[in-house]
Design a protein around this ligand. Structure first.
Ligand SMILES: NC(=O)c1ccc[n+]([C@@H]2O[C@H](COP(=O)([O-])OP(=O)(O)OC[C@H]3O[C@@H](n4cnc5c(N)ncnc54)[C@H](OP(=O)(O)O)[C@@H]3O)[C@@H](O)[C@H]2O)c1
Length: 286
């Protein structure tokens, strides 16, 4: 981050994009967030002009096709955003020696393991979304450069945009019955922690593929239960199986990510998801 000027692809409107803008600005970076109408991200020349004109040294790609079920029907659009776009961003960042912070997902794995997935584990996605995100990683890693960072993360929760935790709390507040899947286990990361940890990797001037999530694991049901507990509400939660709750896209039953490579490079031990969740929910209540 030598110039202190960063660009968030996607206008900083997504769940992670907004957290990145918030954390970067707090850390004193100048953040550019051109929206859809201002910059066509697929136009390499336009992107290059913006990067050069504004002396941008870091591009964070917070754009993605994130509709996991919808992607089964809209394969072409999912691949356009999750594979082709990182390809364009990668080419421009590589040519201009700019750092690219790109995000991927735990859904690149099939969930057959029962211990956390490391970055050396072989991905085997079960869904179009997972395959499109993996294709984006592969395209970038075909021509890597010293400033390419690919971060796989997982079940995001955090401020600025509705998310699983907020939905669960809203349902609990309205007294709606809560049926939540108990047989999918993953790593819930707090977007603000993920943004801070991402910037630590940038600062280390390292490159490559990393897993970054908060510490620990939970099923969706456990995450829901802990979220409600933090609010002090009492609500009946019914654990259901994935079979009872059929979705279009198949999800891995186990997708906990091992963050040891991140810790080794940065010297940081990620904090637990429960601690991060409490901070988030307590702030929601204010
Ligand atoms: N959410 C999760 O639980 C999760 C889990 C694992 C990994 N990830 C990864 O984390 C990253 C961030 O995810 P997120 O949850 O923050 O995503 P999100 O909230 O769904 O935001 C997606 C962003 O992409 C933009 N976008 C979508 N379609 C676009 C298009 N056609 N043209 C331009 N911009 C477009 C959106 O802009 P608009 O607001 O204008 O639509 C928005 O800024 C992604 O790479 C995702 O794969 C997320």
């Amino acid at each position: 981050m030598s110039t202190g000027n960063a660009l968030i692809a996607g206008g900083g409107t997504g769940l992670l994009g907004q957290a990145l803008v918030h954390v970067m600005q707090k850390q004193g970076l100048n953040v550019l967030t051109p929206g859809r109408g201002e910059l066509d991200l697929f136009d390499a020349r336009q992107l290059e002009n913006i990067i050069r004109k504004n002396n941008i040294d870091l591009v964070a790609n917070a754009v993605a096709y994130t509709g996991v079920d919808q992607a089964e029907e809209e394969q072409e659009e999912a691949f356009r955003l999750n594979r082709d776009l990182p390809g364009v961003l990668g080419q421009v960042c590589r040519d201009n020696d700019v750092c690219l912070l790109h995000y991927s997902t735990d859904y690149v794995f099939d969930g057959k393991k029962s211990i956390p997935y490391s970055t050396d584990d072989q991905p085997r996605p079960l869904s179009v979304y997972g395959r499109s995100k993996l294709a984006g990683e592969e395209l970038l890693l075909k021509n890597p450069w010293g400033r390419l960072l690919i971060i796989r993360s997982a079940w995001l929760f955090g401020p600025f945009k509705n998310n699983f935790v907020q939905k669960i709390i809203q349902m609990a507040q309205s007294g709606q019955p809560l049926n939540v899947v108990h047989d999918q286990v993953g790593s819930p990361p707090y977007t603000l922690d993920l943004a801070r940890y991402s910037l630590e990797l940038v600062r280390k001037q390292t490159s490559g593929l990393f897993h970054v999530v908060n510490k620990g694991q939970a099923s969706w049901c456990e995450l829901a239960s802990e979220s409600i507990m933090c609010t002090g509400l009492s609500s009946r939660l019914n654990p259901v199986s994935s079979e009872e709750f059929p979705r279009q896209a198949k999800r891995p039953p186990y997708s906990v990510l091992d963050t040891s490579k991140f810790s080794m490079v940065t010297g940081i031990t990620v904090r637990s998801w429960v601690q991060a969740l409490r901070e988030y929910v307590f702030q929601l209540q204010d």
